[in-house]
Structure formats: C-alpha cells, structure tokens
Design a protein around this ligand. Structure first.
Ligand SMILES: Cc1ncc(COP(=O)(O)O)c(C=O)c1O
Length: 420
C-alpha cells in the first residue's frame, strides 16, 4: 500500500495525530520545522549574487517561533501593518531588516514606522505626499504596478489594471515632482504580481517591468521583485512543483545583467510568503459526525471556516488525509480500501461552511482525525472567533521529532477580554 504524504514526510516526528489531539486539543495547527527550513534554503539557493536578499512576507504566517526560525535561516521581513512590525521586532528583526509595505495607511501608522527607523514603501501619489509631510528629507520606497499579474484567484492578483495596488508607471513625472517637493530620497522600488504561480513567465515579465521603472531613477539602492512563488496543493493527484531551480537561474541572470548594466551592485530582493510556510503546516481536526441527507454524504468536523478561511474565501483546494486512532493508519484516497464522496463541512452556522466539496475520501467514522495538508500559509493568521469559537493551538514538530506548543488555544476568557 502506498504511503500517505504525512507518513512519507515523517511529518509528525515521534508522535502522531491522535496523541497530539489528546495532548493539545482539536482543532490544532501543526508545523514541521525540518520542512520549513528546507523551503527556506530552497529560496535562498535561487541566487548567489552577493546582494540578493530574501524577505519573508510575514502576512502568510506570523507565528513568533516560525519567524525566529526563518530569521535564523537568513531572511529579512516584510510587514503589512504596525502589528506585523511589532511581532517582527519581537522575533529579533532589526529595523533595517524590515520593509513596511504600506497600503492606504494613516499618518499615525506611517509615524509608527518612521519613529522606529523602518523603511516604508508607499503605493500611491497621495500616500507619497502624506509621507513627505511627515518625514521631509527622508528615505522612501515606492511600489509600482508591474502591469502584469498572476495568482490562484482574482482576489489575490495584485498587478495589472484591475487592482488597487501600486503606482502606475505612467505617473513617474508626478512621482519625481513629489520627491523633489519634499526632498525625499527614493532608495528602492518594489512590486508584487500576485500570490501563487507555478510557472514563472509572469514573474520574469514583472521583473523586466520593474527594471524599466528602475532605469528612470538613478540612485536606487534596491529593487524588490515581490513574492507569489506557488506550491502544489494537489499533491495526491501528482500536481507538479514550481521548478524553482530553473526559475532561479533565470532570476539570477537578470540580477547579474542589470548590475552589469548599472556598473554597480544594487540589492535585489524577493518577498515570498506561502512558499516558505504552506507545506510545513497541517491542520488537524476531528470527525464529529457522519450523515447522509438527500443522497449527499456529509463529513461533519470541527474545522469551520473560522479555523481555515481559504476554501470559503477563494474556493481553495486542500488535500485531505484521515488518521484512524484505533489502527494508527494514515489513509488518503490513493491508499484506502473503501472510498466515499463527501461534503466535508465544519461546525459554523452557515451553509457555506464547506471545507471540501464532492471529495473522494477514505470512508470515515466519527473519532477519525482529518488532516488538512498545506495549511501553513494563510491559515491560522486568517482564523477568527466567529460564532465565538476558539482559535486553535499551534504546535511545532522540531527537527528531532519532538512536539512543542508554540501558541496556546484561545480560552473562553479571551472571548470577553476586550469588553468594557
Ligand atoms: C506585497 C506582497 N508581497 C508578498 C506577498 C507574499 O505572497 P506569497 O505568499 O504568494 O509569496 C504578498 C501576498 O499577497 C504581498 O501582498
């Protein structure tokens, strides 16, 4: 019988899903440190250009322990909010290692970063004006729209005409006028085409767009080409991986060519989020009910969309495995003896609370544990207390296979903490 993904990756180390749930409760986010470090090293291996810098996009998963590991692996960090800056500082990132990629922020939020000596990227003329008034003579980065986009869903495509992000390169004369008016020094430009590509042509096209903008500013210290590096969510169907080595060679060559063209070494940055953390995370939940209604088979779980929003938000697909505590078996659709087509649903009071639709799975029973693969990115960080449900705990499986708690489960007291 073929091994399931979690068995073949030795995902749970010295423990197993049943022990973890008994110890920490259900649902539970579980991260594997070895996989996290492996993905970090793959990204770092893209280029040995001396001034290549990889920034982790913390929005994908802001767990403090994971941030510390990612920092150890040599990454800097992007922040999307003062809250992310705060957590990054706690994880040990220095101000010069953080880029605040702001979008429609208040003067107070800009001030938060300025006071900490953290570089801000602005993405409109009006925000550039606001920055100039707050920090006349300061350094600034500008996010331009690369006019090319990619992503797993329209909601996450951030380049091109149909998005709120970035400054239109046609507005460069106005940009220059505002820079001059406030004596601002533009030290970097950044961009992001969108989230999740498995083939690099749009990314490379976007890089060329960034260079076209860069050529219009002489003193840039860095160019940041953005993130979006995808992972295969349909592993059980043998979906191919992004060929990061091949894409890396092309990215590296663009760095070398542009540095040669400029006659100096600029810093080149990328800002991956999902690629580092998606596959090191699995969400465990419990099968609490099985029911057949009107010809449909429902697998009832404690994995409501408050725990993992991606399916309801983007229609996202996650591979699923079942773990049967009585036998210690890890079952997926490729190794199970008996299969059933299920609507896999959660415990939230909405009919849209569907984790997986018409999904062929090992025939399940209550007490089984459901493992949602590739849940490490945009998982916990999007979780909420909707229906006054508690957000789960997070556990790390260390490189030597031990399990450690890295965030406690919400308590009922947490639900009322902010009330006056
Ligand atoms: C500006 C910016 N940079 C980087 C990222 C990270 O994207 P990903 O997680 O797809 O690598 C995002 C996410 O959408 C983003 O908005």
């Amino acid at each position: 019988m073929s091994k399931s993904y979690t068995e073949s990756t030795y995902f749970f180390g010295q423990t197993n899903p049943a022990e973890l749930i008994q110890k920490y409760g259900s649902p539970l986010y579980v991260y594997n440190e070895a996989i996290l470090r492996k993905r970090c090293r793959e990204i770092k291996a893209i280029s040995n250009y001396p001034k290549f810098q990889a920034n982790y996009s913390v929005k994908a998963n802001g767990n403090l322990t994971l941030l510390r590991i990612i920092r150890e692996e040599g990454f800097c960090a992007d922040a999307m909010s003062p809250g992310e800056i705060y957590v990054e500082e706690m994880a040990g990132f220095e101000p010069q290692e953080i880029l605040f990629i702001s979008n429609n922020v208040s003067p107070e939020e800009m001030r938060f970063a300025i006071d900490r000596n953290i570089l801000i990227s602005v993405d409109s003329l009006s925000q550039l004006e606001q920055y100039g008034k707050l920090n006349c003579g300061g350094k600034i980065c500008i996010r331009f729209n690369p006019m090319v986009g990619a992503g797993h869903n329209a909601k996450v495509i951030t380049g091109g005409k149909n998005t709120k992000f970035g400054v239109d390169p046609a507005a460069i004369p106005e940009v220059k006028a505002i820079l001059e008016k406030y004596q601002l020094k533009l030290i970097g430009i950044n961009q992001h085409i969108g989230s999740l590509f498995l083939e690099g042509s749009e990314y490379l096209q976007g890089m060329q767009a960034a260079l076209a903008v860069a050529r219009q500013f002489t003193d840039l210290e860095f160019i940041d080409f953005g993130g979006g590096f995808g992972i295969p969510y349909q592993k059980q169907d043998k979906q191919s991986r992004l060929d990061l080595k091949a894409l890396g060679h092309q990215i590296h060559q663009i760095f070398i060519d542009y540095a040669t063209e400029c006659g100096r070494e600029l810093t080149f940055k990328i800002e991956p989020g999902r690629y580092l953390v998606a596959e090191c995370g699995i969400l465990l939940g419990s099968v609490t009910a099985v029911k057949s209604n009107f010809g449909m088979h429902y697998l009832g779980t404690d994995l409501g969309f408050n725990i993992l929003q991606r399916p309801i938000l983007y229609g996202s697909y996650h591979d699923l495995e079942l773990y049967r505590p009585q036998t210690g078996e890890f079952l997926d659709k490729n190794n199970a003896k008996e299969l059933t087509t299920y609507q896999v649903v959660g415990n939230i009071c909405e009919s849209g609370d569907i984790l997986a639709e018409n999904r062929l799975l090992p025939t399940a029973q209550t007490g089984d544990i459901l493992a949602v693969l590739d849940a490490g990115a945009y998982g916990y960080c999007m979780a909420s207390n909707y229906n006054n449900r508690l957000r789960p705990a997070e556990v790390l499986i260390t490189t030597d296979g031990r399990d450690i708690l890295i965030r406690r489960r919400d308590s009922l007291q947490d639900l009322v903490r902010g009330f006056l």
